[in-house]
Design a protein around this ligand. Structure first.
Ligand code: FES
Length: 99
């Protein structure tokens, strides 16, 4: 559903994992943008209803885009740029103790 706009200057230069699968990313991509490009249907589930949630505002306001990045939970993926080797995990429940 999501695809990149034509942008010939920025080549795929970074590699990250999303739920254990490797993806190529470009410098300057946000984690939320990469998740949407990867086809992810949700970044987390609601701890109250269990309903899937996905990035909405893409500017740090709604908190629907929370993910675990490099073992740290509840990170706003729309505000974080990808980095080479980053480990991104969608959140299946509440933030876990110790994360
Ligand atoms: S998409 Fe709204 S805070 Fe990230």
């Amino acid at each position: 559903m999501f695809r990149r706009l034509p942008d010939g200057d920025r080549a795929v230069a970074l590699t990250v994992t999303i739920d254990g699968q490797r993806y190529g990313a470009r410098t300057g991509d946000t984690v939320a943008a990469l998740l949407l490009l990867s086809g992810a249907k949700a970044t987390r589930v609601s701890p109250v209803s269990g309903e899937p949630r996905a990035p909405y505002c893409m500017m740090g306001v709604c908190f629907e885009c929370l993910v675990t990045i490099d073992g740290v939970g509840n990170r706003q993926s729309c505000l974080i740029e990808v980095a080479d080797g980053m480990r991104i995990e969608t959140q299946k429940s509440r933030r876990e103790a110790g994360r």
